[in-house]
Structures are given as C-alpha cells and as structure tokens.
Design a protein around this ligand. Structure first.
Ligand code: SF4
Length: 342
C-alpha cells in the first residue's frame, strides 16, 4: 500500500482533488464517493460504472482500506451485537450495534485504547495506542451496515477512546456520516460523548455543530469524580457545568450529562438530588446508566437502589432518562453503551 492513497475517509472535494491530480475527470470523484460510502464497495472491481481501464489505474495508484471483522458476539436477550474489528496494523477496536424499538444505534470507537484512565472502564487498562483515522472511524459504520444488512438510525461516539482527544478525525467522520449522499443520518442523531475535555468542548461550541454533545459526569463531588476520572483534577465539575450552560445558551441545545451508576460510590439520595438540581440550574439533560460490570472492582447497584436513585432524581427540573444497556451479556463496557433505545 506504500505510496498509494487510501480513498476511504476522503471527502468529496478531497476525492475531486485526487482525481484531477491523476488526470481523471472531476465527475469520477462523485461516482467513487457514492461507491465507497453509499454502496459501501470494498474494492474498485465492484465499481461497475467505471471503465476497466479506470479501475486498473485506480488499483495502481490507490486502495480502499477495509476493517476486518475479527469476532462478533451477540447478546441473545437484547440482540446487541458487539464487533471486534482488526485494523490494518493488527490493532483491534470494538463497535456495538444496539436495536431499540425504532432505533438501530451504532456505538463507535475513536481511538485504539484511551489515555483518560477512568477507573470503571475496561479500555482504560490498555492505555492509549493511537488515534483512529477518518477511514477507520467511518468504516465501523459502513461495515456493519453492509455485512449485517442494517440501516443504522443513530450514532454515538461512546466506544473506545476519548473522542475529543481525536477531535479533527471525529468531527470529519461525523460530518461524512451525516452527508446526505452517505447515510443521511441527521446530525441531531449523532452524539459525541466526552469525559470532559474542556478546551475541546469550547471549540465544539464555537464551531456551532449540530451534533449532540454529552459529558460523562459520573459523580456529584470532585473528590469522587477525580478518583473515578483523573482528568477531573484539571477540569472539575463546576467548570464543566458552567461550560454546559454556555453551550446551551450559545447553541440552543442541551448537553446530556451521563451518569454511570456505581454501587456505594455515586448512588446515594444526596447524589441524586444534587444531580437533579444541577440539571435544572445548568440546563442539562440527565442520562443514568446502571454500570455494566467489567473486570474492575466497581459493582452495579441493585434494582431497588437504582429505582431509589431515579425517584430521588425525579423529572421535575431535569429531563431525566434511565438507560439500561443491552450489553450485559457481552461485557460491553467502556462508554457503557449509554444510548437511547426507546
Ligand atoms: S470511559 Fe471513555 S474516556 Fe474513560 S477511559 Fe474509558 S474510553 Fe477513555
């Protein structure tokens, strides 16, 4: 592949530039764009409206990178599919497909590993290897849609990695995903979830994106949050809440505060009341996700405790949702598959 250009991950203007550079007509770029993203072609041979000579020329100068599915696990209760993808350098990442009543949601990874080091997260134990390219990010969606013949309705960047540590590639791939010629998934159905990388939240606000934004809060005091998520020492809760308010005032969209509920750590009545108050005060939505145990010491609260927490949280001031996750049977962890499944 050395010296060859990977065409997957390129935008239409980038493809046009490539085609002009190799002496081809501009309109060929759109044909190839549609083949890669809309028809999900994995090779130039599938592109039957290109002449054989053009296809041969493309094979010489370019390639289409494809993820390989190394493993698929299916949770029989929820039909949740967890995919292990192998990348071109042999590294592995995970994506998850969740079925709701009307939704088919894919949970996308943005990095190989992660540097944030959240205590409850399986990915954190890997450390960070590298950022994913735009090609590797978007191909999680393309491969699942193609190989499993499913039309995805919602995307969440909640898989492996901190999306805002790979900001440019995540935004670029989310824009591609929402291109009408690609999947047509509206930007409001694409959620980017951050552990709270404050400068990037400000950048996201300033750039006025229509994607939804979520912050993984997970505690109502700084001591607990710093233990769970060390980056809280740098960007504490108060700063995140202020930033959320700024975002909602500027973009007229609410941020969702995610809250992974952990037995004996953040599941008290006082936590629930503080959380509810903040949602009202800072104009946020709450999304509570009972923990899916991984190989950490943290535990999922009992059903009674979850109900007690939700009752204390209430929905008077905040828009509150309890998201149980479909991945318990397949050890879905990391972002805890915190997606809307109604
Ligand atoms: S929960 Fe997300 S941000 Fe935290 S370590 Fe895991 S992958 Fe990184």
């Amino acid at each position: 592949m050395k010296n060859k250009q990977n065409l997957k991950g390129l935008t239409l203007p980038q493809l046009e530039e490539f085609f002009l550079k190799i002496g081809e007509k501009r309109f060929r770029a759109e044909q190839v764009f549609l083949w890669i993203y809309n028809k999900k072609a994995k090779s130039f041979d599938e592109m039957t409206n290109l002449s054989k000579a053009t296809r041969e020329k493309l094979k010489e100068l370019a390639y289409i990178e494809n993820l390989e599915i190394a493993q698929v696990q299916v949770d029989s209760e929820s039909n949740t599919h967890k995919f292990l993808f192998q990348l071109i350098d042999g590294k592995k990442i995970e994506s998850v497909l969740l079925f709701g009543n009307k939704r088919k949601t894919v949970c996308i990874s943005s990095q190989v590993g992660c540097a944030v080091d959240c205590g409850f997260c399986a990915t954190a134990q890997m450390g960070l290897f590298r950022n994913l390219t735009v090609s590797e990010i978007i191909d999680q969606l393309l491969t699942i849609e193609r190989d499993f013949e499913v039309k995805v309705t919602n995307i969440v960047f909640m898989g492996m990695g901190e999306p805002f540590h790979n900001y440019e590639n995540v935004i670029e791939s989310a824009k591609l995903m929402s291109d009408e010629k690609v999947t047509g998934i509206s930007q409001r159905k694409i959620t980017i979830s951050t552990s709270g990388v404050l400068p990037k939240i400000r950048r996201f606000t300033d750039e006025n994106h229509n994607f939804k934004l979520a912050i993984s809060l997970n505690a109502t005091d700084n001591e607990t949050r710093t233990k769970l998520m060390p980056l809280n020492a740098k960007w504490p809760i108060e700063a995140l809440l202020e930033e959320s308010k700024f975002y909602s005032e500027k973009n007229r969209n609410k941020i969702t505060l995610e809250y992974v509920l952990l037995e004996g750590i953040n599941d008290s009545i006082e936590d629930a009341k503080r959380f509810s108050k903040w949602c009202a005060e800072y104009n946020c939505k709450a999304n509570v996700i009972p923990y899916n145990p991984t190989n950490s010491d943290y535990k999922r609260p009992s059903k009674e405790k979850i109900e007690r927490f939700m009752a204390a949280l209430g929905d008077k001031y905040a828009s509150v949702t309890l998201r149980d996750t479909g991945g318990k049977g397949i050890k879905a962890a990391c972002g805890q598959l915190a997606v809307e499944q109604d």
